[in-house]
Design a protein around this ligand. Structure first.
Ligand code: DOR
Ligand code: ZN
Ligand code: ZN
Length: 348
């Protein structure tokens, strides 16, 4: 049995408020804990979005009641209320800017709003971006112009990771994360999964996936799930929303890669614990660990998923990395498939 620190997911969609039929704090954080994750950062593209102090405060209060692990939130940059941005900072760990279209209404594509974000968001809290293709160059340019750190979410393409490597070599303050689905699936999986494999960014070509693995040892800073649950009915509708669940499968997929010699266990811990904690300046979790079986193979099933959406694109995959026990601040909160205590705390 491996003993590891409680892992961190800096990119989760928990759907509170407004999307509770897809996920809520209880089901989302159960999926996290069953996947060995004890600290998560929730995304702001909810309905209404986490773009005012009132919505952020109310959402933190809900998390305090319902969460099984610790939860911090992103504030969302929203052009109509951008002048309120500094007032959101006390309730958020970081700012999220969406530069490309995805699920929800949050979107920034004018320079005055970007400038307001970089000029007014407090410097002690990082700015994260959903930026694809040439938007990555926009983010790097803003990091250079304002001399402040930018974190790129779910980088998925060769051209993007190579550009970030160039920016890092220049000493620019940029970091990035990669999602397991972009490491383990390609465009070929659309044939098998249809709309179930649709997400933003979309799945990459084999060359994109190879580039992510090539850069996993150095350029990539974090593994982030981009856990984005939608119901099967929604995914099979005429207008399927993009996104897949990922909290419960991230560690098993990555530990299976360790077993197959594709990365080392110390590197996994940098990507899933040390770097997210440092980049987002997250609170330490004393007396917290997980116990994981990294030897016995098992098959991922939809039935075993705790996410309210009840399905995973990885159903049928054989992996190692079943989590047996999770201890948060000296309290056993999960053991042999049972949830024992709701010990999650919100933080900002
Ligand atoms: O696939 C995605 N789904 N990408 C995003 O950026 C948003 C997410 C969601 O909220 O469903
Ligand atoms: Zn995104
Ligand atoms: Zn996301």
């Amino acid at each position: 049995m491996l003993i590891l620190p409680g892992l961190i997911d800096p990119h989760t969609h928990l759907r509170v408020p407004g999307g509770e039929h897809k996920e809520d704090f209880a089901t989302g954080t159960k999926a996290a804990v069953a996947g060995g994750i004890t600290q998560i950062l929730g995304m702001p593209n909810t309905n209404p979005p986490l773009a005012t102090a009132e919505v952020l405060q109310a959402t933190l209060a809900t998390a305090a009641q319902d969460a099984y692990c610790d939860v911090g939130l992103f504030a969302g940059a929203s052009p109509p209320v951008i002048e309120q941005l500094p007032s959101l900072a006390p309730y958020a760990v970081a700012l999220k800017i969406y530069l490309n279209d995805t699920f929800g209404d949050l979107r920034v594509d004018d320079v005055p709003t970007l400038a307001a974000c970089f000029a007014t968001w407090p410097r002690d809290k990082i700015i994260a971006m959903h930026a694809e293709k040439q938007s990555v160059a926009v983010g790097i340019g803003l990091a250079a112009a304002y001399g402040r750190a930018v974190h790129f979410c779910h980088i998925s393409r060769r051209e993007e990771i190579e550009l970030i490597a160039v920016a890092k070599a220049r000493g620019l303050p940029v970091t990035c994360e990669v999602a397991p689905h972009h490491l383990f699936m390609t465009t070929a999986d659309y044939e098998r999964l249809g709309p179930l494999a649709d997400m933003r960014p979309v799945l990459g070509t084999p060359s994109d996936v190879a580039a992510l693995w090539e850069h996993l040892g150095e350029t990539v800073d974090c593994i982030a799930t981009d856990h984005a649950p939608h119901t099967l009915a929604e995914k099979r509708s005429a207008t399927p929303p993009p996104g897949i669940a990922g909290l419960q499968t991230s560690l098993p997929l990555m530990l299976t890669a360790v077993k197959n010699g594709r990365l080392s266990l110390p590197r996994l811990l940098e990507l899933m614990h040390d770097n997210p904690r440092r980049i987002f300046n997250l609170p330490a979790q004393p007396d917290t660990h997980i116990e994981v079986d990294d030897e016995t193979p098992y098959t991922i099933t939809n039935e075993a998923m705790h996410s309210k959406c009840g399905w995973t694109p990885f159903a049928g995959w054989e992996v190692v990395g079943r989590v047996h026990k999770v201890v948060l601040r000296n309290q056993t909160i999960y053991e042999n498939g049972q949830f024992l205590d709701k010990a999650g705390q919100p933080f900002s």
